[in-house]
Design a protein around this ligand. Structure first.
Ligand code: NAP
Length: 345
């Protein structure tokens, strides 16, 4: 049994600036596309050669603001472009499968925004399409590509937590007005946008749950307002996951074992602290880093560039099977709560 360490491990994440430069095309010109392009341009050598929107004017406007040479008024045109190696799919959830199919059919590697799809069957279909064509594909669950999570991974792998019995993870953010998350037709509600982070963490640590117990409270807009779920793992470990768009919550995560507890102060899915505390008390070990929030999106792009250049078709940091397993648990939560999306089979 490993002894409690004297220091936390340093992240092994390679310098994003060193990642081989690929040529990227962006599908969609919304909020996350803006953040991603800004971060990747500042912190890596990746090149954006094209952007596409359903509206040619929006594509041109985005291209002009970010110095991108080609703007297309259709996703298919971008996918066919010869000067694009990898397509970043930044469209809303229900468009992910269609966009991934367009990109993969055109022979392009893909990075698909989280969640990979609105449900597990669609996510599995994306994985199948990529595998069939031997092309790279990953879910842009940026959390798992951050240096903070490389520290978490090393702590988990070291066994220092002992027997992991509990994962507590939650994400709550108040939304009002005309946001996509409040629209039923766009698979709104907190699960896909926010809940995907705590659920992905719980499934990654505990494995695919053998039992799920969930309940939800509706939002007046016709989507779910908040959702809580208990997950039971094959070995009896338990996960408690909560997500809400009715209020702001601390958005923390805790992984508790028989010998030590790992805490991720909020927001746990962004850059931030890692705290390791021995069971029964004792001095905690803390790693701090600047809270750079979405400025850290570039780590996922650098990982894609390294994987594609090395001939890998998936990233070991977020294998597609994990994305599909997370959505399988999400589908069961939704079944129990009676939450349906237009994109459901
Ligand atoms: N990693 C993160 O931190 C993070 C944060 C926020 C969101 N996301 C994820 O990124 C994706 C996009 O989120 P967002 O907040 O950027 O949304 P958004 O601002 O609404 O942008 C979504 C884009 O999807 C495209 N789109 C394609 N088909 C559409 C349709 N039928 N209706 C509406 N839009 C459609 C539109 O681009 P065009 O009009 O240009 O074609 C639109 O601008 C979501 O899957 C979300 O979960 C990730």
């Amino acid at each position: 049994m490993p002894v409690f360490p004297t220091a936390l491990p340093a992240p092994r994440t390679p310098d994003p600036m060193e990642a081989p430069a690929l040529r990227w095309g962006v599908l969609g010109t919304g909020w996350i596309a803006e953040c991603f392009v800004r971060s990747v341009r500042r912190h890596t050598r990746q090149r954006f050669t094209a952007v596409a929107s359903r509206d040619a004017y929006r594509a041109k406007d985005f291209a002009d603001r970010h110095g991108i040479p080609h703007a297309y008024g259709s996703y298919r045109e971008l996918a066919a472009a010869r000067d694009v190696d990898v397509v970043y799919i930044a469209t809303e959830h229900t468009a992910h499968l269609g966009c991934a199919r367009i990109a993969l059919d055109a022979g392009k590697h893909t990075l698909v925004e989280k969640p990979l799809a609105p449900n597990a069957p669609q996510a599995a279909e994306i994985a199948r399409l990529a595998a069939e064509r031997s092309l790279f594909c990953a879910e842009a669950l940026w959390t798992f590509f951050l240096p903070r999570f490389d520290v978490v991974r090393q702590i988990l792998d070291s066994g220092v937590l002992g027997n992991i019995r509990t994962v507590l993870a939650e994400y709550g953010e108040y939304f009002s007005g005309d946001h996509r998350i409040l629209r039923p037709a766009q698979a709104g509600g907190p699960l896909l946008d926010l809940g995907t982070y705590p659920l992905s963490l719980a499934v990654r640590v505990l494995g695919t749950p053998t039992q799920v117990l969930a309940c939800a409270e509706p939002h007046p807009a016709g989507v779910a307002g908040q959702v809580s779920a208990l997950l039971r793992a094959a070995d009896g470990g338990q996960g408690v996951v909560h997500t809400t768009l009715l209020s702001d919550t601390p958005t923390t995560a805790t992984i508790a074992g028989s010998r030590a507890t790992l805490s991720l102060p909020g927001p746990f899915y962004q850059p931030g602290e890692v705290v390791l505390t021995p069971t029964g008390g004792g001095t905690p070990l803390t790693r701090t880093e600047p809270h750079t929030a979405h400025e850290a999106l570039h780590y996922e792009a650098a990982e894609v560039a390294r994987c594609v250049s090395a001939g890998l078709v998936q990233s070991p940091l977020r294998p597609l099977a994990d994305s599909v397993a997370t959505l399988g648990a999400m589908d069961e939560i939704r079944r129990q709560c009676g939450i349906t999306f237009p994109s459901d089979p």
